[in-house]
Design a protein around this ligand. Structure first.
Ligand SMILES: [Zn+2]
Length: 240
């Protein structure tokens, strides 16, 4: 059974930190989604690939993903090659998503940058019949990008107010990565308490832009079609 959306990121937790709410909202609207992590997270300062695999599975369950799959393209040096491109083309063809969500191809973390480029190219090539893999050609409607380490001005914002609690619960499933006062592992940028506060603040900021409590912003090369121009700006300028 095909998925409607496919979220593809370099590291388990990238999806939860950037577009988890949008996936939950899509599920609430009856859409199915899958998550592909391109690396096993073997370069992470805290945790091991095994603990991260367990945490990622738990987080996917909380979000309500139809499946989550981990590829092995190399953490901390993600390799962009024809071999990896073909592997990704085949996954896209197998799952037949209408929409792909991935990292913006310009980000401080090179793995995120390479992911954005690799996924963009694979999504296009997946539609070329003469590129043969084990599944028939399929091209998603669009690839849209979420902000990761760096924030980009969004083309559109999704209201994730109803999904924010679930999204934060999915993020906290990564016990080895985020703030845990009892952990003896080395402190990292992500394990500081202020990191999760910043993630919530970012969602508040994106939400504020559209008159919602929480939002997730996306960059799209083509603008989304608006069917109700007044509805699109409801809640803004309430009159005081
Ligand atoms: Zn990442």
């Amino acid at each position: 059974m095909p998925v409607d959306l496919l979220a593809i990121a370099a590291h388990a937790d990238d999806v939860e930190l950037s577009c988890g709410g949008t996936l939950v909202v899509a599920r609430e609207h009856g859409h199915r989604f899958g998550i592909i992590d391109l690396t096993r997270g073997e370069m992470g300062t805290r945790g091991t690939p095994e603990t991260r695999r367990r945490e990622a599975a738990r987080a996917a369950e909380i979000l309500g993903a139809s499946f989550r799959e981990t590829l092995d393209f190399g953490d901390g040096g993600l390799v962009v090659s024809r071999e990896h491109e073909l592997a990704l083309i085949d996954v896209i063809r197998r799952e037949k998503p209408r929409l792909i969500l991935t990292s913006y191809p310009d980000d401080r973390h090179p793995d995120h940058r390479r992911t954005g480029q690799l996924v963009t190219d694979a999504a296009f090539y997946a539609g070329l019949r003469k590129i043969e893999t084990s599944h028939p050609a399929h091209r998603p409607q669009q690839t849209v990008y979420f902000s990761a380490a760096d924030v980009h001005a969004p083309t559109f914002v999704v209201d994730v107010t109803s999904a924010m609690e679930t999204r934060m619960r999915a993020i906290r499933a990564y016990e080895s990565q985020f703030h845990d006062p009892s952990s003896r592992e080395p402190q990292t940028l992500l394990s500081q308490r202020s990191f999760l506060d910043a993630i919530e603040a970012r969602a508040r900021h994106f939400g504020f832009l559209i008159g919602a409590e929480f939002g997730e912003g996306f960059v799209s090369k083509r603008p989304p079609r608006i069917d109700d121009i007044l509805g699109a700006f409801k809640n803004l300028e309430p009159g005081f």
